[in-house]
Design a protein around this ligand. Structure first.
Ligand SMILES: Nc1ncnc2c1ncn2[C@@H]1O[C@H](COP(=O)(O)OP(=O)(O)OP(=O)(O)O)[C@@H](O)[C@H]1O
Ligand SMILES: [Mg+2]
Length: 349
C-alpha cells in the first residue's frame, strides 16, 4: 500500500497453442492466485518461436487481460527457442569488466548468432575461492528477437517488467512447489505445442537446460487428420471431451505414433546430458506443459524412458479458492500453468 513490498506479479506465458495468465499475490505466508486465464490461439498464429499473425496474438492477449483483470499492466514474460540460449559454465573467478569479457567470450563459443547482436544476462551462482572458479548461469537472446517481443507486449498496452526464459520459469515453479530431493537426478520436462524444455537438477541444484524442437503439434495434427476433425473438435478430443464419438483404441494408436519423434528427442537429450556430465542416470522425471495432459502420453514417455515420472502440480503450494476459478478447473489443468506460475513467482521489485 505504501509502495514498500511487492504485492503481486503477473506471469504471462505466450505459447504456440495458448496464452496463459496467472496473477499471484505474494505475502509473508506464500502465494495465492488472484487471477487466472487461458486463451487458445488460432493454429498458425505462432509457430515455434515465430509470431506469424501478430494482430491475432495481440488481440488474444488483450482479450485475456480483459477477461481476467483489466487493471493488469506489469507482466513477467518469457522467451524461448532458437533466438535464445541458456547455459551454465565454470570460469576463473573474476569481477567487473574482466568478468564481462570472459562471459562474452564463453557466449561467443555457444551462440549460433553473432554476439554483437546479443543481449545477455548472467548470474554468478557459485564462487569458490579455494579453487578460484565461479559458476555462471547465462541467458543470451538475439537482440532483434527480444526487441520484437518487447514491442509486441507493449503494443498490448502492457509493461514487460521481467523477461525470463521458459526453462527457468519451469525450474522456478518446481522450486516454489516442491521439496527438492537432492539424492535424485531430476529432469523437469515441459512439453509444449512446438518446444519441449528439459531442465536437469542434481544434488538439489540446477545443472543444465536444453530445448528439443518437438511438441504436441504433431499429435494435434495427427488426431485432426485421422478423425477428420476441425481444430476446435481436435482440441476437444485431446481434452477427452468427445466421449464415445471417438474410438479410444484408435485415439491411443494415433497419439502414440505421433509421439515417436518427441520421445526420441527426449531420449537423445538424456543421453547427451549423461555423456556431458558423467551422470549415469536420470532418476526422476517431472512432466509439465500441455503434453502432461494429453491422454496416453505420460505413460508412453515413462515406458520409453524407463524412468519414474510424476506430473507436475505447479499449484501445490499455492492458495486459491476453487470456487472462484471453477470454470477453469485449475486442479485439472495445473501442468499447463507451470511456466505462467514460475513467472508470477518472480520478484519484480
Ligand atoms: N485440458 C487439456 N487436455 C489435454 N490436452 C490439452 C489440454 N489443454 C491443452 N492441451 C494440449 O496441450 C498442447 C499445448 O501445450 P502447451 O499449452 O503447454 O503449449 P504452448 O505453451 O502453447 O506451446 P509452446 O510452449 O511450444 O510454445 C496442445 O497440443 C493441446 O492440445
Ligand atoms: Mg509453453
Amino acid at each position: 500500500m505504501f509502495g514498500g513490498r511487492q504485492k503481486s506479479a503477473v506471469g504471462l506465458d505466450i505459447g504456440a497453442n495458448s496464452i496463459k495468465l496467472v496473477k499471484l499475490d505474494h505475502d509473508k505466508d506464500g502465494f495465492s492466485i488472484s487471477a487466472i486465464g487461458i486463451r487458445e490461439l488460432p493454429p498458425d498464429a505462432i509457430v515455434a518461436d515465430e509470431i506469424r499473425d501478430r494482430e491475432a496474438v495481440i488481440f488474444n492477449i488483450q482479450s485475456l487481460i480483459d477477461q481476467t483483470d483489466p487493471k493488469i499492466k506489469d507482466v513477467v514474460v518469457s522467451i524461448s527457442g532458437h533466438s535464445v540460449i541458456t547455459d551454465k559454465f565454470t570460469i576463473d573467478r573474476k569481477s567487473g569488466p574482466e568478468a564481462e569479457q570472459a562471459i562474452l567470450f564463453e557466449t561467443e563459443q555457444r551462440a549460433p548468432f553473432d554476439v554483437d547482436d546479443v543481449t545477455l544476462d548472467y548470474h554468478i551462482i557459485k564462487s569458490d575461492e579455494e579453487i578460484n572458479k565461479m559458476d555462471v548461469l547465462l541467458v543470451a537472446a538475439r537482440r532483434e528477437y527480444l526487441q520484437m517481443f518487447l514491442e509486441l507486449i507493449e503494443d498490448c498496452g502492457l509493461r514487460p517488467v521481467v523477461v525470463d526464459d521458459d526453462a527457468f520459469a519451469v525450474l522456478n515453479s518446481y522450486v516454489g512447489n516442491y521439496e527438492i530431493d537432492a539424492s535424485k537426478v531430476t529432469a523437469l520436462v515441459n512439453i509444449g505445442h512446438d518446444v519441449c524444455n528439459i531442465t536437469y537438477l542434481a544434488d538439489g541444484l540446477f545443472v543444465a537446460t536444453r530445448d528439443v524442437s518437438a511438441g504436441t503439434r504433431e499429435i494435434f495434427n495427427a488426431v485432426q487428420r485421422e478423425f477428420r476433425l476441425n481444430p476446435e473438435l481436435t482440441a476437444k478430443a485431446l481434452k477427452g471431451e468427445m466421449g464415445d464419438s471417438i474410438d479410444q483404441d484408435m485415439l491411443k494408436a494415433t497419439i502414440i505414433s505421433a509421439t515417436e519423434e518427441l520421445v526420441s528427442g527426449v531420449e537423445l537429450a538424456f543421453s547427451y546430458f549423461k555423456s556431458q556430465t558423467k551422470i549415469d542416470a536420470v532418476d526422476w522425471v517431472v512432466l509439465s506443459g500441455g503434453g502432461a495432459l494429453i491422454p496416453y502420453l505420460p505413460e508412453f514417455l515413462q515406458s520409453k524412458l524407463n524412468v519414474p515420472l510424476e506430473i507436475a502440480n505447479p499449484l501445490r503450494n499455492i492458495d486459491y479458492d476453487p470456487e472462484l476459478f471453477q470454470y477453469l478447473q485449475p486442479e485439472k489443468i495445473a501442468p499447463l500453468l507451470t511456466v505462467a506460475v514460475g513467472l508470477a513467482m518472480r520478484k519484480t521489485r
